[in-house]
Write a protein that binds this ligand. Structure first.
Ligand code: GAP
Length: 445
């Protein structure tokens, strides 16, 4: 088959193509689109929900399943002000907001190229003095909307781990170094949400708090920086599209003494996908002081008591999903036509296998359905009997499905099917009785 590399899209062109594909194929839809959408909020469609789930599953596998030093937790999203008072978020979790007196646009001061000029209308000297804007979403728990009922939607999952430190320690019987992993929704009232699902007001995080003896903090910080970078590479992001960048002192969060970001080369430049922070004993000490509950560890081997330090790899699941989509998007020319293919890692692809009867003729469909039922317990499968086979292959390429299994008229005689591989488009004839094992080997490779 004649295949030529097309010039791969980049920059704004790549971004537009990925956003367009996400809508067309059902990865991501604007929230409440029939009402005009809702402020940079998005819904995850049939294949987006699968991809996002697979991103989180891959993280869970590497952080929880394959280790014996990290335990899971699923803490509440709603929490009382006391938590955020102690954590410092009520005071410090702010961005500097400026308004343009000329066009009314709002900007984050720290994101402006020229702090004297409004990037919306270009007017010089039109921006107000900055005021600190707290990013936490505030609500009321219960029917009375008074101060006593104030609650916050968490802006990070981490505080749920810190306030449960003693509970987890007692129940799990772990000792430092050990970690607590959480995956879940977080909320930030971002002044400037932007770039599709890169920065939204509602998003998902994958965070792990790793509690260590104080004198081991630096070593574990270095360890987690390398581990987390490796995770993205193993899941198919080219190494030259990733880098670790350590924060300058003036960029550090109020709780951190050192932070490095795993950055990806986004179409608009390098951007953060994950931050690895050395949070010291800041959070446990703050919660001890504010709650009166001792959050420390007694080491029976040395008979000493200490407050563990925390190394935190904090990733965005929705942002990682966007990163994987951008890195996987490719185009090539096949027989004079452009083929779009998402070269997603097998474990991330929404479907691992598509079952495609060559035609909708009644003699093929029952066999194709039997093949589908054979594969469903092992892999997430799509089934598609509409349109010409070539168009169905192209659709699966755009969804990133690694293998397509075609049931044709020969299948009725030789009890074999054609297995087509997404990237090479190579085809193998495989006996139905060997199919599960054949695909299992390929998907494990
Ligand atoms: N607990 C530490 C913490 O929350 P962070 O750097 O603010 O650190 C961690 O957030 C990760 O969460 C980021 O690297 C990013 O991937 C993701 N994230 C943060 N804000 C986000 C937003 N508004 N939209 C999407 N993802 C976001």
């Amino acid at each position: 088959m004649s295949v030529e590399d097309a010039k791969p899209p980049s920059g704004q062109d790549l971004f537009d193509k990925v956003v367009n594909l996400c809508k067309r194929r059902g990865f991501v839809f604007p929230t409440a689109e029939i009402y005009g959408g809702f402020r940079s909020t998005y819904d995850y469609g049939p294949v987006g929900a699968l991809l996002l789930r697979n991103v989180k599953a891959a993280w869970w596998r590497s952080m929880v399943q394959l280790r014996d030093d990290i335990v899971p937790l699923d803490a509440a999203i709603l929490s009382p002000p006391a938590v955020w008072e102690a954590s410092g978020h009520l005071e410090n979790f702010t961005d500097p907001l400026v308004d343009c007196r000329s066009c009314g646009a709002r900007h984050r001061l720290d994101e402006l190229d020229d702090p004297e000029v409004c990037p919306g209308c270009g007017t010089r000297g039109s921006l107000t003095d900055p005021r600190q804007f707290n990013l936490m979403f505030k609500t009321h728990a219960g029917p009375v909307e008074d101060d006593a009922a104030v609650a916050y939607l968490r802006p990070e999952t981490a505080q749920g781990t810190f306030v449960n430190f003693a509970n987890v320690l007692n129940a799990s019987r772990k000792k430092p170094p050990f970690g607590v992993a959480q995956v879940g929704r977080s909320f930030r009232n971002e002044i400037t949400p932007h770039s599709f699902i890169f920065r939204t007001r509602e998003f998902e995080q994958m965070e792990m708090e790793y509690f260590v003896p104080p004198d081991e903090a630096e070593r574990w910080y270095e360890y987690w920086c390398q581990e987390r970078l490796r995770w993205y590479v193993e899941l198919g992001i080219p190494e030259d599209s990733l880098r670790l960048r350590s924060h300058d002192a003036d960029e550090l969060s109020h709780y951190s003494v050192a932070t490095s970001d795993v950055e990806f080369r986004f179409p608009w430049g390098w951007g953060e996908v994950e931050g690895i922070a050395n949070r010291t004993d800041y959070d446990l000490r703050q919660h001890t002081e504010h709650s009166g509950e001792k959050l420390d560890y007694f080491d029976p081997s040395t008979e000493t008591r200490y407050v563990p330090h925390v190394i935190e790899p904090a990733a965005g699941a929705t942002r990682a999903m966007m990163t994987f989509l951008l890195a996987a998007y490719d185009e090539e020319i096949v027989r004079g036509e452009t083929r779009t293919v998402l070269r997603l890692h097998h474990s991330l692809a929404p479907y691992q296998v598509a079952v495609l009867p060559l035609s909708r003729k009644p003699d093929l469909v029952p066999t194709a359905r039997k093949v589908l039922q054979l594969l469903q317990p092992h892999s997430m499968c799509d089934y598609d009997e509409t349109q010409a086979i070539g168009r169905r292959y192209r659709r699966q390429d755009e969804l990133g499905t690694p293998y397509a299994v075609t049931v044709d008229f020969d299948t009725l005689d030789d009890h074999a099917v054609t297995v087509r591989e997404r990237d090479s488009m190579d085809q193998d004839r495989v006996a139905i009785e060997d199919l599960v094992e054949h695909l299992r080997d390929k998907l494990a490779a």
